[in-house]
Write a protein of this length. Structure first.
Length: 289
């Protein structure tokens, strides 16, 4: 890329007052990025499988005007704890409960992408009293397409076994409608995570949901989606690699207070691919305007 088009995680964060830290709770350590005044309502942002908190750096500035924003690394991901066990949705929910207790938050707004949406939806079912509103962004948990699961597993495990530039780049390109969105800086950010000594073990753990048997017992049924009480916005994209827009439309129709928003020409990371559109959609929804 030329100097005029180069972007970086740091260039997204530098204009902001933000902090990176680690919450060491009883069972798990959670790494976070935080921005926004803590006197404002809490918004917790959750990434997708093999992802990390930096998935939301292009949204921080807009969201922090209205919220105290916490983007977290799930356990088995990023720089958070890496339990030596297959990770299922209940494990991520346990982490989320610990994290909220540690930061002194009883109720929050949530935005979750892919795995983050899956966790967020189940959390809203299990703990409705803790959820104000929730955005479910190209969420997982309702489909079990063996072709998609195999592709995701293969790309992730190849990058875990050999975190070379090209393999990490290929894993990131799966997320984007336009592969040019995968910048050198983003590759290097994820390559550092994938190069951790315990990453291969962690990747095996977080890939558990790609196992058909484990996935089946964690999936969100139509009946379960109907139990979500909080206002929920299902956001889907026209080029999502995990499933068609019709799946997003179906999910939204099953949630009692569900709505659907569609973003054009984006893949599985719309919050990063088209932050201006995403930020307007999420703020209009979260602020009910």
């Amino acid at each position: 890329m030329t100097a005029s088009t180069f972007t970086s995680v740091w260039s997204d964060l530098a204009p902001l007052e933000f902090s990176q830290g680690y919450i060491r709770a009883e069972k798990y350590t959670t790494r976070y990025l935080h921005t926004g005044d803590v006197s404002k309502p809490t918004l917790i942002a959750m990434h997708g499988i093999t992802g990390h908190a930096e998935a939301y750096v292009r949204n921080f500035e807009a969201l922090s005007e209205h919220f105290s924003v916490w983007a977290i690394d799930f356990i088995g991901h990023g720089y958070s704890s890496k339990p030596d066990q297959p990770l299922e949705i209940k494990d991520y929910i346990e982490q989320l409960l610990e994290f909220m207790a540690a930061i002194g938050v009883e109720k929050a707004y949530f935005t979750g992408e892919s795995l983050g949406g899956w966790v967020g939806a189940q959390f809203a079912i299990d703990y409705p009293e803790k959820v104000e509103r929730i955005l479910l962004n190209t969420m997982g948990g309702t489909m079990a397409n063996p072709v998609v699961m195999e592709r995701l597993f293969t790309l992730s495990m190849e990058a875990a076994k050999d975190p070379s530039w090209d393999r990490v780049k290929a894993r990131l390109e799966w997320l984007m409608a336009d592969p040019a969105m995968v910048t050198d800086d983003l590759i290097k950010t994820r390559q550092a995570i994938f190069s951790q000594p315990d990453w291969l073990k962690a990747c095996i753990s977080n890939m558990a949901l790609q196992d058909p048997t484990i996935r089946r017992r964690n999936m969100l049924t139509d009946e379960a989606l109907g139990q979500i009480k909080a206002p929920a916005l299902v956001l889907w994209t026209t080029k999502d690699p995990s499933g068609p827009v019709d799946e997003g439309r179906r999910i939204a129709s099953l949630i009692p207070n569900g709505e659907l928003a569609i973003m054009e020409n984006c893949g599985h990371w719309p919050q990063y691919e088209d932050p201006a559109t995403f930020n307007k959609i999420i703020l209009d929804f979260l602020l009910d305007r």
